[in-house]
Design a protein around this ligand. Structure first.
Ligand code: HEM
Length: 170
């Protein structure tokens, strides 16, 4: 087994672990936490947003980062080891589509969901300290929610193309 083959195997394994951490939390936010929060009372909402959410978002965004870095390293290694012609093969085309979808999702996490959630968490911390409802959030909760829903939808074709690259008979 070549050094690259071993490296790629380890990178792919890291990619899986980080990927399930990320997408598992994405599904938790969308299928469990959001419906729960919709029916929760004010004090519960404050407690979840200030105490549970920061911890969940830490694993969520760093899961996304490690997944993306490992994925891009695999792609880069493939290109340098097999030549750029790899991207013209069935496998290369499928993995490029999957990777593009994954990178759009990564962008949504780091540049839309997380910046908005940081403001939401800070406003909730202030509200908790002052014993009032969170103020001045504008459309931030809505934007973060829509980006999260978009990622949930994108995860379906993303994982299809990710796995189709090696396992869809062609
Ligand atoms: C963020 C951007 C992402 C990039 C750039 C990326 C890239 C890659 C690459 C290059 C491979 C190797 C494909 C092969 O072995 O031929 C791969 C495999 C895989 N990725 Fe991703 N990926 C990303 C996100 C994700 C996410 C979020 C998941 C969800 C869990 C995921 C799940 C998988 C799985 C399950 C495989 C194994 C497929 C197989 O062996 O057939 N990836 N990915």
């Amino acid at each position: 087994m070549s050094t690259w083959a071993v490296t790629e195997f380890v990178l792919r394994w890291i990619h899986f672990l980080a990927g399930i951490t990320w997408i598992g939390l994405l599904y938790y936010f969308n299928f469990v936490q959001a419906p729960f929060m919709a029916g929760a009372g004010g004090p519960t909402k404050l407690e979840v947003t200030t105490k549970l959410l920061p911890r969940a978002l830490w694993w969520f965004r760093w899961g996304a980062m490690v997944t993306a870095i490992a994925g891009v390293l695999i792609l880069w290694g493939r290109a340098t080891n097999s030549g750029w012609g790899y991207f013209g093969t069935h496998q290369g085309i499928m993995i490029s589509i999957g990777s593009l979808l994954g990178l759009i999702m990564w962008f949504n996490v780091w540049f839309i969901i997380w910046p908005n959630q940081q403001v939401i968490i800070a406003a909730n911390e202030e509200a908790m300290a002052k014993g009032q409802a969170p103020q001045g959030l504008g459309n931030r909760p809505r934007v973060a929610f829509l980006a999260s829903r978009t990622n949930t939808m994108l995860s379906i074709p993303m994982l299809f193309f990710m796995a189709a690259s090696s396992h869809l008979p062609w």
